[in-house]
Design a protein around this ligand. Structure first.
Ligand code: ADP
Ligand code: PMV
Ligand code: MG
Length: 396
């Protein structure tokens, strides 16, 4: 029986280049954001599993014996590591989720149940735990909230069932797991992403797990050799969209027009590689001369993303507004709304940034300057949390 309280967090991400193409084996470059999802796990005495997900309006609890019985119903079938359609159908029926439901609360509940049962089937009994997840990230906006959620769940459930250690020692404020443990967290988080995304590339959960700045291709994760300080303005158009639907739409387009779409994906791949070379050649505090290439790569990729069908009028508007201030933008994540990123030069004046922000806000968008390269999944002591997180996690 698990007897400790745990608090852990995982970062969201920004994809600089390679979204969608990465699902089809191309290179993506992604960096961890300084916005995180937090999970608190507490032992729950009465043989129940409780889950509260205020970001998507879920408050559910189940008797542990019912979950054990459900898990036993799959005896002889492997629970790991592949959410088979039939298993998900059974879980939907159990949780009263309609077939094909794609509302945030349905996907979040399904991912939780899948991970809870699959991990317990592999590593021990279903534990009586109370889980609360709270996030600084907007949900469904292209910043990897689904992956941050899946990474937090994987880390918490694997720790509670003893599959990985609890590295936080008395008196320490934060701690991280070993490389081997992170690899296990990442592989289970990928399964959670599969429940939410359908066919994820794995780039988002890799960034959520390892943090920093990564090159990702077909499961191969390579930390970038050197990442300069990049100033990035993030803008949320607040237009809702679903990654699962957009990823499926791109696949359909590729199947319909392979000779037209595959060269576009190859070009996106070349953009990611070019961007990587430029970033790795830049000094830590780069001078403005490196920026024209980075800006042009943003522009070209934004056109490509429109070609593969994941643009949106709100994103076109975002690009036009920033262009009127001499700044270059592209969508980030799955597109179809959600967020765009704008590259700021080291010499972009605070006044110019403020003017661009004002015009973006006048469109009903929300924007903020970010820090990138945040640490991956991390355990926290309560005393190390800031007041806002502490308040959110103290709600019971
Ligand atoms: N804080 C959270 N709590 C519970 N579920 C979450 C949370 N954040 C994200 N999710 C799940 O992830 C889904 C959004 O994922 P997705 O469409 O991939 O967008 P993104 O990953 O860009 O935010 C939501 O519908 C929900 O199921
Ligand atoms: C479109 C895609 O490349 C990124 C999706 O990111 P997000 O869920 O929109 O944050 C899909 C994937 O890589 O799995
Ligand atoms: Mg996602």
């Amino acid at each position: 029986m698990w007897e400790r309280n745990l608090v852990l967090s995982a970062p969201g991400k920004v994809i600089l280049h390679g979204e969608h193409a990465v699902v089809h084996g191309k290179v993506a470059l992604a960096v961890a954001l300084d916005l995180r999802t937090f999970l608190r796990l507490r032992p729950c005495a009465e043989g129940r599993v409780c889950v509260r997900l205020p970001g998507v309006g879920v408050v559910r609890s189940w008797d542990t014996p019912r979950l054990q019985a459900l898990r036993r119903g799959f005896a002889g079938r492997r629970w790991e590591p592949d959410p088979a359609a039939q298993q998900l159908d059974t879980l939907r029926e159990f949780a009263g989720i309609a077939a094909g439901a794609s509302a945030p609360e349905s996907l979040a509940t399904l991912a939780f149940l899948y991970m809870c049962l699959a991990i317990s089937a592999k590593y021990g009994d279903v534990l009586s735990v109370d889980i609360l997840v709270w996030s600084e990230l907007p949900t469904g906006a292209g910043l990897g909230s689904s992956a941050a959620y899946a990474v937090c769940l994987a880390a918490a459930l694997l720790t509670a069932c003893g599959a990985i250690s609890c590295p936080l020692k008395e008196g320490e404020s934060t701690a991280r797991w070993t490389e081997e443990e992170l690899t296990l967290i990442n592989s289970w988080a990928f399964q959670g992403e599969r429940v939410i995304h359908g066919n994820p590339s794995g780039v988002d959960n890799a960034v959520g797990t390892w943090g920093g700045a990564l090159r990702y291709q077909s499961g191969k994760i390579t930390p970038l050799k050197r990442v300069p300080t990049l100033r990035i303005l993030l803008t949320n158009t607040k237009v809702p969209r679903s990654t699962k639907v957009l990823v499926a739409g791109v696949k359909e387009k590729i199947l319909k027009f392979p000779a037209i779409m595959n060269p576009v994906l190859d070009s996106i791949d070349a953009i990611s590689q070019e961007c990587q070379s430029v970033l790795e050649a830049m000094p830590a505090n780069p001078s403005p001369e490196y920026y024209p290439v980075l800006e042009e790569l943003f522009d070209i990729n934004q056109h490509h993303l429109n070609v593969i069908g994941v643009g949106h009028p709100s994103l076109d508007r975002l690009c036009r507004v920033t262009a009127s201030h001499g700044l270059h933008s592209k969508l980030t994540g799955a597109g179809g709304g959600g967020c765009g990123i704008t590259l700021l030069r080291p010499d972009t004046s605070p006044l110019a940034v403020e003017a661009a922000k004002r015009d973006l806000c006048a469109c009903g968008f929300e924007c903020w300057e970010t820090n990138i390269g945040a640490p991956g999944v991390t355990l926290h002591s309560f005393s190390s949390l800031n007041a806002e997180v502490l308040h959110a996690l103290s709600e019971s």
